[in-house]
Design a binder for this molecule. Structure first.
Ligand code: ZN
Length: 548
């Protein structure tokens, strides 16, 4: 009997989908209004918005603008009577005149901030003082029962300083972990969390351009000055007082001081059975911090569904960027036009398009512009841990972070392609447009963990991060890879990520947005809850919440 009901239901769903396809409103052959989209990007990326840094006038302007825009396109408040969800944060600004001292048996090493290392504290306290803390090399700093790997086995790092490598052993040996496909254990956030769980007093991560997938300059820009933490998080609650990165050159000098060859140490760390190593060095650091408690905001807007209005499809895009950094002479505003005024503007456009459908979505659509993505996915993590709508009623999350500005492509990339059944729906939508899904071209960059969909995956909600295709219709793949590589090295997280209406191509962006929309629309019309595939780490959590 039960089965019959489900079948009948699916039939209606399919019927509704077929009918609805013919009814998607078309104007200028596109459902997307390019002029409105451009206008919103230009406002969000304007100097007036000051680089949209959380807790500043830039935030105030951004969230006010988004509220206005959501109202304008007829989206309702997503949190009771409000368009906002408050995200309590601790904002810590560490003094940058600090020096990291490493003492060996005979000599010592003094490392300079920015040039040799960057660092700060997750603790909301004014003075950090670590004196002669033992330094332990913990390989990749990974404790992964699912891969039978524990770099902390047999070593007590309580109150000590650990030095660890970025990425995971699979980066160096394809038979380990997931090979070049970086696992969560390869992320810097994980390494700090694990060190905190182990009771370490400090962490020094070694930066390697290849393994981290970005140059030292990106670390400098992202870590200089203020850092944010969720008011309630495991790192702040632990004894971890210092988290830092050192350049590879600095790492070489530290290991030299210990009489250990760094390259050899790295090779050993990537072998099964690696054991943590006392370096017989002591590390000291002291610095002052200013601490502020602020409430930043996620912006949430709702397009209520019809028959299945208590089930939700969430679109996410982070509104925040890096604000103003006086370190950059001349233009010091990091406007974050591509990253992520594009995705944020698109949220409003999605709301408008959903609202203008003749056949309304059955499931509700939640448009969520999250804060503090650039600070470690904090806004989305906060929502995932404090959801407004039950997670077991949340069907899917579709993330938009940086839209295509290089022209039409045959493909769109899906990071973690094949992890969940959502990908099948995305593939179908792409197919209908004679396009195809491609795996993330550089999975070793850990793209899967680097935007807000991951905060939802972590708690079990199926989420999808679609992005740039590389199969450019006009110029081909190599051109795309080269062009993107060039864009990243010149503009990523720099003041030159500006809105360039005369350089950017919008035709590809509009096509991609059509796919984002149709995917969400399709998911809003079905009766099923797409799940993670068997063997995917996040599935157990989803199964557990769905069986409650
Ligand atoms: Zn981004």
């Amino acid at each position: 009997m039960k089965r019959r009901v489900i079948n009948l239901f699916s039939l209606f769903a399919i019927l509704a989908m077929v009918v609805s396809c013919g009814n998607v409103k078309q104007s200028n052959n596109s459902i997307i209004n390019t002029d409105d989209l451009k206008q919103r990007i230009s406002v969000l990326a304007s100097d007036d918005f000051q680089g949209r840094f959380p807790g500043t006038i830039g935030e105030e302007k951004t969230i006010k603008y988004l509220e206005e825009q959501f109202k304008l396109v007829g989206a309702q408040p997503g949190n009771g009577q409000s368009y906002f969800q408050e995200v309590p944060l601790i904002q810590i600004t560490s003094d940058q005149i600090m020096k990291l001292k490493i003492k060996g048996a005979k000599e010592e090493l003094l490392l300079n901030f920015s040039e040799d290392f960057i660092g700060g504290t997750p603790q909301p306290i004014e003075n950090i003082d670590i004196t002669n803390s033992e330094l332990v090399f913990v390989g990749f700093g990974i404790n992964a029962p699912d891969y039978g790997w524990n770099d902390y086995a047999g070593v007590d790092v309580k109150g000590k300083m650990v030095i660890a490598l970025v990425n995971d052993p699979g980066f160096y040996d394809s038979s380990l972990f997931k090979g070049k496909n970086m696992t969560y254990y390869g992320r810097w956030i994980y390494k700090y969390e694990e060190a905190a769980r182990q009771g370490a007093a400090g962490v020094i991560l070694v930066h390697e351009t290849e393994a981290a997938s970005y140059p030292w300059g990106v670390v400098q820009n992202s870590w200089s000055g203020t850092r944010f933490y969720l008011a309630d998080n495991i790192v702040t609650k632990s004894g971890l007082k210092f988290q830092s990165w050192v350049t590879k050159e600095s790492a070489n000098r530290i290991f030299d001081l210990a009489g250990v060859n760094y390259e050899k140490a790295l090779q050993d760390a990537a072998k099964k059975g690696f054991a943590a190593q006392q370096l017989n060095l002591n590390a000291s650091i002291g610095f002052k911090n200013s601490v502020k408690y602020i409430n930043s905001k996620n912006v949430v807007a709702l397009i209520p569904g019809t028959d299945l209005s208590d089930e939700y499809i969430i679109y996410t895009a982070h509104w925040d960027h890096f604000g103003v950094n006086p370190k950059f002479k001349g233009d010091s505003i990091l406007n974050g036009a591509l990253d992520n005024a594009t995705g944020t503007a698109a949220l409003v456009e999605m709301a408008r398009v959903f609202n203008s459908q003749e056949i309304k979505p059955k499931r509700s659509i939640l448009l969520m512009a999250v804060t503090c993505e650039e600070q470690g996915l904090l806004g989305s993590q906060f929502y995932a841990e404090n959801p407004i709508y039950p997670l077991n009623k949340t069907v899917a999350v579709i993330n938009m972070d940086a839209l295509n500005i290089f022209g039409k492509t045959k493909d769109m990339s899906i990071s973690g392609l094949g992890y969940s059944e959502l990908d099948d729906y995305a593939v179908e939508v792409l197919k209908a447009h004679n396009r195809y899904a491609a795996a993330d071209p550089k999975p070793e960059r850990g793209g899967y963990y680097r935007s807000d969909h991951f905060s939802f995956a972590k708690v079990g909600v199926p989420s999808i991060n679609m992005g740039f295709g590389v199969d450019n219709i006009e110029h081909g793949k190599q051109w795309s890879m080269d062009t993107m590589g060039k864009w990243i090295s010149e503009n990523y997280h720099k003041p030159t990520d500006n809105y360039e209406p005369n350089i950017w191509k919008f035709d590809g962006m509009v096509e991609d947005l059509t796919v984002y929309f149709e995917l969400g629309y399709k998911l809003s019309m079905i009766g099923e809850f797409p799940n993670w595939r068997d063997g995917v780490f996040y599935k157990a959590k989803r199964d557990e919440m769905m069986n409650k």
